[in-house]
Design a protein around this ligand. Sequence first.
Ligand code: 3PG
Length: 467
Amino acid sequence: MNKKVSWGVLGMGVMGLNLSRNFADQGISLALYNRFMKGSEEQVALKKIKTYPELNSALPFESLDLFVAAIESPRKILIMLPAGPIIDKIIDDIIPLLDEKDILIDGGNSHYNDTGKRFLSLAKKGIRFLGIGISGGKIGALKGPSLMVGGDRKAYHIVSKDLLKIAAKNINGKPCCGYLGSGGAGHYVKMVHNGIEYAEMQLIAEIFEICLPHADSNLESIQNLFKSWQNSSSESYLLGISSEILSYKQAGEPYINRILDQASNKGTGAWVTASGALAGSPNNLMTAALHARFTSSFQSLRKKNSIEYPSLASNNVTLPNLKKTYDICRWINHHQGFEMIQQAKDTYKWNLSLENIALIWSEGSIIKSKLMNQLKLLFPDANSVMEMSPFKKLVSKGQKEWMDVLIYSIGKGIPTPCISSAWNYFKAITQARSSAYLIQAQRDFFGSHGFNLIDQKEEGKNHGPWA
Ligand code: 3PG
């Protein structure tokens, strides 16, 4: 009988393949499984093993039972498939082949509620389940991803030795991997990560659009602006790739000018928007970023409307400096993301340390940045991002510029969903008396919903003279 391998990886898409290559680079023995589909997916695992020398000792499979039988006990099986019903299908297929205490891991972008349900139903069958949010894209998977783990704590202790090996390491050599709580904790944190990512991307796109009318035709000036910001505290992976993207040309023209202006999404932006709304946690930057993608998808309507409703543009505004605005909005975006996590910590009783999450996101992830490293250092002494003194300093120095950017973009008719959402949130959260008393009066007027009075000590239902 052949010696059994340490891990099984199920699904040889780009993430499954690159994680397997990363495991193999760390000397971890593997069984690789990909389904057989006549004509389209035949001998996929075998072909990958032949293509990538680091996989040459891995075992290829197209039969689920032989794949499972090749793995040592307790089995560690990483499922790398798209989120959705396909995960339930593969779990149903594999359960009869497993033994108690085997460990199943979903490394895809599953909804945290689905992961929570799977965790409970598998626990009843004696199978240990982990849901791992994996960030870093295909390069991160290969060179070191950021790993957000939730589910069975005992299972984490068994797999952590290997996960810590394949994870990215931060500037101090610490692995960007951690156990965050039971059920869907890992996938919840990954969902918030994606929300922050959406707004980070949208903020860069808005700055780009503000600069566009002033840019030279090859976009070099915007690329240089982004490059100069990369040498400052604004540095981030997403800004870096945006600068690089602008450098690509075809026939002397910027390549990006060829790309259709319709942004897609795979669902996590909608989940985080809905989760924020259901939890009552304001996350209007990520929501605005998602809606900006939705609006972009109405491409032919936008074209038609642009003729019907021509933009009014003022000549009385001058392009302000943009950097402080960009920085303030990023801090606010991160503030909202970490607030969602803080709230989930109380709601779900998960072991969510903001410092630890900033560490996990500080390398390997798509939202890695100097800011994330800074937050990691500041969290032990602060309960929220808005409490941190660098943020306070930034606002006191940059608020005027931020106003000028908004005035400029309104004057020029440039939409800035994230920059203005950040402004509206910041203004609202720093306003001593909001307009909500009128909302309460309206609710009471038409629905007798009641309200508290300013000097009232305990909750109570008061009604206005209109009752
Ligand atoms: C992902 O998690 O797959 C990516 O971060 C991007 O998600 P999107 O396709 O929704 O932008």
